[in-house]
Design a protein around this ligand. Structure first.
Ligand code: ZN
Length: 89
């Protein structure tokens, strides 16, 4: 796919993981870099933020588009959610 180096999360410095984009998405890339560190401050803060603003128990993980390098929140409803789409190299 690409030979670029694995980027690190700009919130917790953990290596991001390749995450397969669902086929019906419009992200324009076949995978996204996603921080799956459960201790990531971004992910941890997300639970409180979502409860306060949306009154739902959910959070989001830090993700990066490999084409553009743009980071964006990837909605996540549990610690294990989305992990079935991780691509291990
Ligand atoms: Zn992180």
């Amino acid at each position: 796919m690409t030979d670029q180096e694995t980027p690190k999360c700009n919130h917790c410095d953990a290596e991001m993981k390749k995450w397969l984009v669902p086929p019906d998405s419009t992200w324009g890339s076949e995978f996204m870099w996603v921080c799956f560190n459960d201790d990531c401050a971004y992910f941890q803060r997300g639970w409180d933020h979502m409860m306060k603003t949306q009154e739902i128990k959910a959070s989001y993980r830090n993700s990066m588009n490999p084409q553009t390098g743009t980071t964006s929140p990837l909605p996540c409803w549990s610690y294990d959610a989305l992990k079935d789409r991780i691509v291990e190299d």
